[in-house]
Write a protein that binds this ligand. Structure first.
Ligand code: ZN
Length: 356
């Protein structure tokens, strides 16, 4: 526990580990110490990020009328046969010309009437489509552009759950997307029955899944895991962040500790996991341990995501945290795994959140 590369551990936490990293002292059970021990994350000042769902209204093409063809048919007006003698031409020519004029007028009138009918039909059709606010029905030749919120994509419905509702299993929390309301408390927190350095709470589904994951690590690989932090309240995050700012300043604190209201831990869907022997606890070297490697390879099977990958600091806003896992449910974790997308921001095409 003497690695110099441990910016994510609050200072009080570091000193505690150095005084006996695997001792599970009673002080870990106190809420205040839990709070300090908790890594980081926060922000009452972060600006809410609202999503703007693009809606695309496809232009309905006004189909070319067949009037030109109809007109062509009509325009083949019979010419008087010059071979037929026309007695009294001066007198008979007048009725012939008048008939042609009348015929032409009828043709023009009929064509105009058809045009008016079709144009009215198109206009009324568009008004009806716009009125119900839904995607316009594509007419012949109409161009229907895909919208940004189109779903499902490749069979996976990316809009199956809210990204904003803090109770949603897919809620995305980062430095640009604070929890709303900022003091949100999950509705179904339960005790997680796993080895731990202090008593962990998670939402029911996340707790069940992590218990199964810990059991599988043991049965499949003979590994023993422990929880080092799970749900953290807004109040405890205030303590963590305030303490970090006092000791390191705002700039340094923001690199490792979430401001209150922007910590994923507040959702009750996030857990920091370590090896039960304490090796590399809250340290990037956890990624090189057997426990860290097993988790990185298998967490998706249980609905979890390694939330802050080493190569996505510019996207997530956090340095590599091989111990921090976020519950999403197996539908989404499996989709992420199979598509090779490693962050929620990228998968849902949300803005990167390197800073507040
Ligand atoms: Zn964490």
């Amino acid at each position: 526990m003497t690695s110099p590369t441990r910016p994510e551990i609050p200072r009080m936490e570091i000193s505690r580990f150095e005084n006996g990293e695997n001792s599970e002292s009673e002080t870990l059970e106190s809420p205040a110490t839990d709070a300090v021990r908790a890594e980081r994350e926060s922000s009452e000042f972060a600006i809410a990020d609202s999503e703007f769902a693009d809606s695309t209204i496809a232009d309905a093409d006004v189909a070319d009328s067949e009037f030109s063809g109809a007109e062509a048919l009509f325009s083949e007006a019979e010419e008087p046969d010059p071979a037929i003698p026309v007695p009294g031409a001066g007198i008979r020519a007048e009725p012939t010309l008048s008939a042609r004029v009348r015929r032409n007028r009828i043709i023009v009138g009929a064509s105009l009437a058809l045009i008016v009918v079709v144009v009215l039909g198109v206009v009324i059709g568009n008004l009806l489509v716009a009125g119900d606010g839904s995607t316009p029905a594509p007419g012949p030749g109409a161009i229907v552009e895909p919208t940004a919120t189109a779903h499902p994509v490749n069979g996976f419905d990316r809009a199956a759950h809210s990204l904003d509702d803090p109770e949603s299993p897919w809620v995305v929390v980062n430095k640009q997307r604070p929890i709303v309301p900022v003091d949100f408390t999950p509705p179904d927190l339960v005790a997680v029955k796993v080895p731990h350095t202090w008593a962990p709470l998670l939402r029911a589904d996340a707790a069940t899944a992590v218990e199964a994951m810990f059991a599988a690590a043991t049965s499949e690989a003979g590994l023993s895991l422990e929880s080092n932090s799970a749900f953290r309240s807004y109040a405890s995050q205030v303590e963590v962040y305030t303490s970090e700012v006092k000791s390191a300043g705002v700039a340094a604190a923001d690199l490792s500790t979430a401001r209150p209201g922007t910590s994923e831990h507040q959702t009750g869907l996030t857990i920091d996991i370590g090896a039960e022997n304490g090796a590399c606890r809250f340290n990037v070297c956890f990624a090189d341990t057997a426990e860290g490697q097993w988790l990185a390879a298998n967490a998706w099977r249980f609905g979890y995501l390694l939330r802050y990958p080493a190569d996505k600091v510019a996207v997530t806003g956090y340095e590599f945290e091989p111990w921090h896992f976020r519950y999403l449910g197996t539908d989404l974790s499996t989709e992420l795994h199979s598509t090779g997308v490693s962050t929620l921001e990228e998968f849902f095409e949300l803005p990167s959140a390197p800073t507040y």
